[in-house]
Design a protein around this ligand. Sequence first.
Ligand code: PGA
Length: 252
Amino acid sequence: MRTKIVAGNWKMNKTFSDAEELLTEIAEKIEDINLEGIEIIVCPPSLYLELATDVAEESKFAVGAQNVNENPKGAFTGEISVEMLDSVGVDYSIIGHSERRTYYKETNEQLAKKVDACLEGSISPIFCFGEVLEEREANKHFEVVKQQLEESLFHLKEAEMENVVLAYEPVWAIGTGKTASPEQAQEIHAFVRKTLADKYGQALADKISILYGGSCNPKNAKELFANPDVDGGLIGGASLKAEDFVSIVKSF
Ligand code: PGA
């Protein structure tokens, strides 16, 4: 059985006290839920990672960063390394979110280096990929997704690939309220699993969790997660309220 995952990407939201409150509320609300086979990951802004790992120590969620630098250390003002994340108990990092690809011009090649840096440390990358609207309208989404996977991940050895979480996030669905239909999500998730199987074999492809992200909320999560190749969600807006986030966790 693949691990089911719900990851919350807070993006650039919340003050320190808001963050404290949200983390505490999440911890309280998940206390009595049976989380067998389910991993909850909270990805706050980097400033609050240590706070999050402190709360997580007494709770049942893991903590992820939203980004990491590909270099091990040194003169990279404003950046954070894998070793630093590891030193405060962070287990995951989102890599290649579409906002980073768009606003900070992160390329597939650079993302391959970030993935390597994570795996050389002990951080599991949550690798995001997905097409923009024009690509979908031109029926190029399969091609685009395949290229993103090939250029950033397919240099990995099997044992490394096993530690990667995938997140399909169609860019047209992020923060827009426009969700991919369950059929659209399943279609591309199945395609991704097949692409993984062609490269690494079916056994490994069957082990990798593929999350859906893009306007996933308490109303649509159940239908999305019911698909055989959708193993959970990467949640933006709806992860900012404990009630909504935990209600998504309960959608499996
Ligand atoms: P959204 O964001 O849920 O607000 O659409 C998802 C994401 O960007 O990871």
